[in-house]
Design a protein around this ligand. Structure first.
Ligand code: VGL
Ligand code: ZN
Length: 232
């Protein structure tokens, strides 16, 4: 798997994933790194990775398909490898709705039925390399309540704190709904947030929703990164 990259740091050594390596081979004379930062991000104790709703129903072919939603799987796997190599904690939220959930059109909601608990569509994307130790957080699991945020009506904040998390690396599906609301709550809870821009995709019900969501998250203090920004 290669990362799209135009500018890299010359002295970059091959990374724990193959991003820096492949980029270095493809662009041996590039001198400047990604414009978001001058320095690599060094994973450290206190970091946690959160995969938001990377579920079959949000992938192409699913009940609420996110355009290019499948692109987040290989992207996440690179972050998962980096976190795994350092034994840092991984969290995965999932939409876990009952069949009569209030967000479904039949109940007056705006969405087609999706992520019905314990059905195939609610399973994590095949190929997402979640470690056995990943903490799975189910949300919007009763008919009456919806939550786009992984923090809404769950013990996510408590579990993150119990794991010593201070800095959250957040990506997933969809940028303009569950990622946006999870990031806003994370910031409100006092966590630092790094946005995995290469591991998230938007529904874009209205064109530009994803871009606006990303701008809003950055405005609120989240820092956009991609995998090449991780220190080797
Ligand atoms: C989501 C719409 C409805 C999401 C969940 O995960 O972004 N979007 N339910
Ligand atoms: Zn939902």
């Amino acid at each position: 798997m290669t990362c799209p990259l135009t500018i890299i740091k010359l002295e970059a050594a091959p990374g724990p994933d193959n991003c820096a390596r492949s980029a270095r081979i493809r662009f041996p004379f590039a001198v400047v790194r990604h414009m978001n930062s001058n320095t690599f991000i060094r994973l450290q104790s206190g970091d946690a990775l959160i995969a938001v709703d990377v579920q079959i129903d949000f992938l192409p072919g699913g009940q609420l398909a996110v355009p290019e939603g499948n692109a987040v799987v290989p992207a996440f796997n690179r972050y998962l490898a980096a976190f795994g190599a350092r034994a840092l904690p991984v969290f995965a939220t999932r939409d876990w709705h009952p069949p009569n959930h209030c967000s479904f059109k039949a109940q007056g909601g705006i969405w087609p039925p999706h992520c019905v608990a314990a059905t195939r569509g609610a399973e994590f994307a095949p190929g997402l390399a979640l470690p056995a130790a990943a903490v799975v957080v189910s949300k919007a699991a009763t008919a009456e309540a919806d939550s786009y945020s992984g923090f809404g009506g769950t013990d996510l904040a408590a579990r993150l704190r119990a794991a010593g998390a201070k800095r959250l690396f957040i990506g997933g599906l969809a940028t303009d709904y569950c990622v946006l609301n999870t990031v806003k709550d994370a910031l409100a809870e006092g966590f630092e947030v790094l946005l995995l821009t290469d591991a998230m995709r938007a529904v874009d019900v209205n064109p530009g929703d994803g871009a606006r969501a990303q701008a809003e998250m950055q405005q609120l203090g989240a820092r956009p990164i991609h995998c090449e920004d991780l220190a080797p």
